[in-house]
Write a protein that binds this ligand. Structure first.
Ligand SMILES: NC(=O)c1ccc[n+]([C@@H]2O[C@H](COP(=O)([O-])OP(=O)(O)OC[C@H]3O[C@@H](n4cnc5c(N)ncnc54)[C@H](O)[C@@H]3O)[C@@H](O)[C@H]2O)c1
Length: 480
């Protein structure tokens, strides 16, 4: 309850509360205040306001029941709960707070030191997730942004300062060996997933690896063998499973609302390299990336198909490379060969009898990040579109005939998955799916059980991708 008083000190929303808060021991007051200030630095302003509103109410009811009034325009119950200020605060102040808490027998979250390898696109998305998680979610483990790693000293140094990492490094080999690191996050191109993950497993670290798990099924198998031998926790970052609407879709399927699934229709469309002058960077190089749209986009759709419908047993696919050569990154006057697909298109059969399509392309002008699926089943249908990720369209055949039609569910209520963010209807976006990944990872660490999805999912996914490649070459159906 001591944290409740932070709010009173910070907001000064009520003169009576303020007086009560100032009756605290002055040393504690200063420490608590510094905790709040630090949260201002790391969290979104609105997070602080929402936290403060709720703890204000807690403090109010504790100090004087008459003060337990709704403090703001929003229903307080939708703000979630607040148990600990989490990461933040000066190190000295947090240490002292922890010591005080431990003495009093309060549960103090475990600090989980993270090393993030890769600092660009996914490096930024994961950094944001580590920073935000404990601002919104209560967990008995909270990530500490210990060290970020990349190849360019200037780049990684700047990223560390910008994203809020304590340290930076240019050697992942050194970082994964560090005794003070608990989690290694592999956010580099596919060719380095295997060496980094295997070294991290040998060093006993929990691993979060970006998708696809590896560049080949063979590499992915070696990675799974390494984490199983080492007995460490492992997770693959298929973040779209963690969009609340997708998790809700899975629930509606698992609880039988939708009935027996007949069709899965998944598309993931982008358009960024349609211009043939777009340079030949690592995503067009099979050695670095394993494949093109297949591993980049179809792997996400495959994960959604597996998550929602079940295992894929057979595929018939075609892959195409529309632009065969592109300008070299370092010497744009020269061209180099594109060695991956620009698009992949597959018919799939599921083990449970459902059939589906998985289409992925980087050549759909106007489609920026169009990740959409439709599921048709015996009792109804479901539609999700990442570009409207707070919504799920549901059609149920059991509805009265006069009211039948697709209903649009805003998946933003406190009853919905991962809804610890804002009051109902205050929508979230792409980056929040990564925060949900980090939250699930922290919960898995607390419970010491494998997170989901993990390297086993990564392997099954990779097996589907490999079957699609084989099918494209042989022009035949291929069993997974
Ligand atoms: N989950 C998703 O939605 C999603 C989205 C995009 C990319 N990804 C995956 O994330 C991974 C990274 O993709 P990205 O888009 O962030 O790439 P990027 O090019 O933006 O960043 C790659 C980073 O890896 C670093 N790096 C490369 N080789 C390294 C090495 N040997 N040692 C240390 N650092 C190294 C680079 O310095 C860079 O910081 C890929 O596996 C990709 O498929 C996932």
């Amino acid at each position: 309850m001591i944290y409740s008083r932070i709010a009173a000190v910070a907001t000064a929303s009520s003169p009576r509360l303020l007086k009560a808060a100032f009756s605290l021991d002055p040393a504690k007051r200063i420490l608590l205040y510094s905790g709040v200030v630090q949260h201002y630095k790391f969290c979104n302003y609105y997070v602080i306001v929402s936290r403060v509103l709720e703890v204000f109410r807690n403090a109010a009811s504790e100090l004087d029941p008459k003060l337990a009034v709704n403090p703001g325009p929003y229903p307080v119950s939708s703000w979630g709960s607040w148990r600990h200020p989490g990461r933040g605060g000066t190190r000295a102040s947090l240490l002292l707070l922890d010591l005080q808490d431990r003495k009093k027998g309060f549960a103090v979250p475990r600090k989980i030191n993270v090393a993030l390898i890769g600092y660009q696109f996914m490096g930024k998305a994961h950094s944001n997730a580590y920073r935000q998680m404990s601002c919104f979610f209560d967990s008995d483990a909270i990530p500490v942004m210990k060290v970020i790693c990349g190849r360019s000293e200037a780049g990684v140094k700047a990223a560390a300062a910008k994203y809020g990492w304590e340290e930076w490094s240019t050697s992942w080999e050194e970082v994964v060996r560090r005794k003070d690191i608990d989690v290694v996050d592999v956010s580099t191109p596919g060719d380095s997933h295997m060496p980094i993950s295997i070294a991290a497993a040998k060093a006993g670290k929990t691993i979060l690896c970006e998708k696809p798990l590896a560049n080949t099924l063979g590499e992915a198998r070696k990675m799974l063998a390494a984490v199983q031998k080492a007995g460490v926790l492992h997770m693959i970052c298929h973040n779209y499973r963690k969009a609340p609407a997708v998790t809700l879709a899975q629930k509606l399927i698992a609880d039988g609302t939708l009935g027996k699934i007949h069709h899965f229709r998944g598309t993931y469309l982008q358009d960024w390299p349609v211009d043939p002058e777009f340079p030949l960077y690592w995503r067009f190089d099979k050695v670095k990336s394993g494949s093109g749209a297949l591993g980049d986009l179809a792997s996400h759709v495959t994960d959604l198909a597996r998550f929602l419908v079940g295992e894929i047993s057979e595929v018939s696919a075609t892959l195409e490379t529309f632009v065969k050569e592109r300008p070299l990154v370092d010497d744009p006057k020269k061209k180099g060969k594109v060695t991956v697909d620009d698009a992949s298109l597959a018919l799939v059969r599921f083990a449970n009898g459902a059939i589906g399509t998985i289409e992925a392309t980087r050549f759909a002008p106007g489609r920026k990040n169009y990740n959409r699926f439709e599921i048709n089943a015996s009792k109804g249908s479901l539609v999700f579109n990442l570009e409207r990720l707070n919504e799920l369209d549901l059609y149920l055949r059991d509805d009265p005939a006069y009211a039948r039609g697709f209903r649009n569910i805003m998946v933003t209520e406190p009853v919905h998955p991962y809804w610890k963010w804002w009051p109902a209807g205050h929508i979230i976006g792409y980056e929040h799916t990564f925060t949900h990944v980090v939250y699930d990872l922290m919960q898995a660490i607390v419970q010491n059980k494998q997170p989901s999805p993990n390297f086993e999912d990564g392997i099954r996914n990779q097996a589907v991708l490999e079957a699609m490649e084989k099918s494209s070459k042989s022009k035949k159906w291929v069993r997974v």
